[in-house]
Design a protein around this ligand. Sequence first.
Ligand SMILES: CC(C)(COP(=O)(O)OP(=O)(O)OC[C@H]1O[C@@H](n2cnc3c(N)ncnc32)[C@H](O)[C@@H]1OP(=O)(O)O)[C@@H](O)C(=O)NCCC(=O)NCCS
Length: 152
Amino acid sequence: MADFSLRRAVEMDFPAIRQLIHESRLNPTGLNWRRFIIAETGEGVFAGCGQIKPHAGGVLELASIAIAANYRKKGVARLLIDRLLSEEPVRPIYLTCRSELREFYVKFGFFTLELQEVPPYYRRLSRLVNLFTSLSKSRMLVMGLGVPGKVT
Ligand SMILES: CC(C)(COP(=O)(O)OP(=O)(O)OC[C@H]1O[C@@H](n2cnc3c(N)ncnc32)[C@H](O)[C@@H]1OP(=O)(O)O)[C@@H](O)C(=O)NCCC(=O)NCCS
């Protein structure tokens, strides 16, 4: 199995970040490269990325988690998410994901939140997205780590 390492992004990483986010069909807004951590192979090949994205009112989001298709299922997202969460001491941290990824984020300590438990930004987003996807099996979930009353 290849070795992977992590580093802070530099400006030259931005095209690769943008392309991977596009290919992964994730939210293409708010991709400020300065916030990103990059995963790369031992040969320096770009393998994935992620960020903690700030929103109005001090809300923090684990976002833009994407691993290039060739490097999935090798523990790269785990490395990346562990690093992002350990570098950011503030809680709660929120995220949005498709319902199929619930179990993936549970592994990092995130809980699924009810609409009344989430900041207004996510409530609006969730209502909008789930309105447009109401006929599909996949739903958008809002999950949180360190949300008061949800901490084990
Ligand atoms: C989801 C994604 C980030 C996972 O990345 P990855 O590098 O393959 O994940 P890892 O190999 O680090 O897996 C970590 C753990 O999660 C599990 N896992 C990986 N993908 C999973 C999935 N789709 N559903 C449930 N569990 C999953 C692994 O089995 C592993 O479990 P373990 O530690 O108990 O063995 C990757 O598939 C991806 O980039 N998908 C497209 C973009 C996307 O959907 N991003 C998430 C946006 S919310």
